[in-house]
Design a protein around this ligand. Structure first.
Ligand SMILES: CC(C)(COP(=O)(O)OP(=O)(O)OC[C@H]1O[C@@H](n2cnc3c(N)ncnc32)[C@H](O)[C@@H]1OP(=O)(O)O)[C@@H](O)C(=O)NCCC(=O)NCCS
Length: 160
């Protein structure tokens, strides 16, 4: 399938419980399970499937409390990375999902791919600009796990 076609037809939908093993495989191949905080389940995940072979091409989760959300576990299948799919998924789906979930501020943190997020509709912010406890508490999960976590991390915000 041509990539442009794949992007055009990539429908982002809530994950079902039966997708969980495949989601874990996608996260595993991208070394993202390391960042799990313990409350992950298919309930918070969204997926995009290749409509031809039905394989999961993309996944991410959105966790939120009131109007504050955190985007986590964003991954594109390794063999399809670097083809514009990640940017397409972020720029064409997240505002709509935030609206549906009542999220006014969606945060993301990245050590691995800050240049990717900078190319999307997210805006990079300084750590000092983060005032929402929900996101600050999420970040606390990692300060013991990764040395110099705060120095290495970039923060991004999508406001609606
Ligand atoms: C990071 C990731 C989500 C990006 O998705 P993708 O489909 O490969 O990225 P795209 O092809 O849409 O790239 C969009 C832009 O970001 C840039 N970009 C993508 N990944 C990048 C990276 N790791 N570092 C720097 N720039 C990157 C591309 O060069 C492209 O730039 P352009 O618009 O000027 O052409 C994907 O590569 C991935 O799953 N990586 C492994 C897991 C991971 O790091 N997830 C993010 C955790 S914060």
């Amino acid at each position: 399938m041509e990539n442009e076609l794949l992007q055009d037809k990539l429908k982002i939908e809530p994950a079902a419980e039966k997708d969980w093993v495949e989601i874990l495989q996608l996260l595993e191949e991208n070394d993202l399970i390391f960042w799990f905080t313990g409350n992950e389940s298919s309930k918070n995940f969204y997926i995009g499937k290749d409509i031809e072979n039905k394989k999961i091409v993309c996944c991410f989760s959105i966790e939120f409390e009131d109007t504050i959300g955190v985007l986590k576990s964003f991954a594109i299948s390794k063999k399809l990375q670097g083809k514009g799919i990640g940017k397409y998924v972020v720029n064409n789906n997240l505002e709509r999902l935030c609206q549906q979930l009542g999220i006014k501020k969606l945060y993301a943190a990245s050590i691995e791919a800050p240049q990717f997020w900078a190319k999307t509709i997210f805006k990079e912010i300084e750590r000092s600009e983060i005032k929402d406890d929900y996101f600050l508490k999420y970040l606390d999960n990692f300060c013991d796990k990764v040395s110099n976590y705060f120095e290495k991390t970039h923060y991004f915000l999508l406001k609606s």
